[in-house]
Ligand binder design. Structure first.
Ligand code: URP
Ligand code: ZN
Ligand code: ZN
Length: 466
């Protein structure tokens, strides 16, 4: 099947120009002006942008957290991703405590294969720094799992001490993989949580107040220091706070291979959300938490000046109320105790439209930068480039025809994620996908899903370009 996408403005991370894109089978066959190719189908893209399919390097489908499981699985979550213009995700595989990395990897393959609507890769979470686990990293790297996540937060569940983190970084340096870090000082946070509960402070706002920006700043600086000592690159996930950003900026100025991602929620929402009436603040409970407004402009600046390379979503939805889609109580588990609210928010569908509206339309950065942070940089950093993340001959035909004038009102009812609320309920954005192609197939057109369950494939990733 040949598809000609005609007359759009083709945008990559480096350039934009009026051009046609010819898709032949699963890949891009040509990009050029007035391609007179014989095609089975022509998509009219005049007045629209043609963007690479989005690469979301941070999702959590079907993640167990605090006794519940995130409400999107690989089928529902990846269909929602396609509606929003994301055609590749990298999810986090979690081994059981004490179990092998391989068991986590296999459990996630079993959740995804046959269900996912998009191509996907996996990071694997390191829950201990034993020699046996580190040796397993080498094996997984050979199978295309070229990044791992570890935590400086959640003591007793995920937290690794500095020695274990350092050993993991050394191992990553040796096997060519990339360590991603959840950087919050878990021990200090644990103490603040204990003190808050003991004083009867149980409402959602205390989630934020017990995880102050300094705890993220300290941990980010420490993660970078450990990486520097190990001679390894490091990638900070979901960066939210000015002190953390300052550490990344300083490290990069010294030539260190320090990379960082932020997420739309930290660019559009603030700590005030936790003060919404009743228990509604629970909608925004995630870690790290939303910050006071001053941090937002710093993050936007960091994206524009290259201190931050990637926008991921950290998509990890939990329903507010019991009964939605037959699911049990999720966020409501934390009524009367904020520490029991499952951490995470929905977002895999809304990344591109929010970043276009708040980033490009608001004049904070050009369209090319949007493509870089949402498509190209995550593909490069996580070993998928140039197969994913760009528009070039030979690349997978993952493409978004994006209408810059289409208006969208964000609401849980109109979006496709399996969750009973949207953190952006009622927000109006301008600019949205009108068609999405995944490996050469039109999978979304004018808001209709045309794809097939299980069409996505596991991606064996190459070496991170870091
Ligand atoms: O609150 C969050 N971020 N939930 C997902 C797990 C994680 O730490 O990324
Ligand atoms: Zn995290
Ligand atoms: Zn996450």
């Amino acid at each position: 099947m040949k598809i000609l996408i005609r007359g759009g403005e083709v945008v990559t991370a480096d350039a934009r120009r009026k051009a046609d894109v010819l898709v032949d089978g699963e890949t891009i066959a040509a990009v050029g002006e007035d391609l007179a190719a014989r095609a089975d189908r022509v998509l009219d893209a005049r007045g629209r942008y043609v963007l690479p399919g989005g690469v979301d390097a941070h999702t959590h489908f079907e993640l167990a957290f605090g006794g519940v499981v995130s409400s999107d699985d690989f089928e529902t979550g990846t269909i929602a991703a396609l509606h929003g213009g994301t055609t590749t995700v990298i999810d986090f595989a979690v081994p059981e405590p004490g179990a092998t990395l391989r068991s986590g990897y296999e459990a996630w393959r079993a959740k995804a294969d046959g269900r996912t609507a998009v191509d996907y890769g996996l990071h694997v979470i390191l829950r201990d720094g034993s020699e046996a686990r580190l040796a397993e990293m080498d094996e997984l790297v050979r199978e295309g799992v070229t990044s791992f996540k570890l935590f400086m937060a959640y003591p007793g569940v995920y937290l690794l001490d500095d020695g274990a983190i350092f050993r993991a970084l050394q191992r990553a340096r040796a096997n060519g993989s990339l360590i991603t870090v959840h950087a919050e000082n878990g021990h200090v946070i644990e103490e603040l949580r204990r003190q808050a509960l003991a004083a009867g402070r149980t409402e959602p706002i205390h989630h934020a107040l017990t995880r102050p920006p300094q705890t993220e700043g300290e941990a980010t600086g420490r993660a970078i220091l450990l990486a520097e000592l190990a001679g390894a690159p490091v990638y900070i996930v979901h960066l939210t706070a000015a002190p953390a950003l300052a550490h990344v900026r300083e490290a990069r100025a010294r030539g260190l291979r320090a990379y960082a991602e932020t997420c739309p929620q930290y660019l559009f929402l603030t700590e005030d959300c936790y003060r919404e009436p009743g228990f509604d603040g629970a909608k925004y409970v995630m870690s790290p938490p939303l910050r006071p407004r001053g941090h937002q402009e710093e993050l936007w600046r960091g994206l524009a000046d290259g201190t931050l390379q990637v926008v991921g979503t950290d998509h990890c939805p939990f329903c507010m109320h019991a009964g939605f889609a037959g699911l049990p109580a999720q966020k409501e588990r934390g009524i009367g105790d904020f520490t029991k609210i499952p951490n995470g928010v929905p977002g895999v569908e809304t990344r591109l439209v929010l970043l276009h509206d708040g980033g490009v339309r608001a004049g904070r950065f050009p369209l090319e930068r949007l493509v870089d942070v949402c498509c190209t940089a995550p593909a490069r950093i996580f070993g998928l480039y140039p197969r994913k993340g760009t528009i070039a001959v030979g690349s997978d035909a993952d493409l978004v025809v994006f209408d810059p004038n289409r208006r969208l009102s964000l609401s849980a009812a109109a979006l496709h994620m399996r969750v009973d609320y949207s953190p952006y309920e009622g927000r109006e954005v301008t600019g949205a996908p009108s068609a999405v192609l995944a490996r050469g197939e039109v999978v979304v057109e004018d808001g209709k899903y045309l794809g097939r369950k299980g069409r996505g494939r596991f991606l064996r990733r190459g070496a991170p370009m870091v």
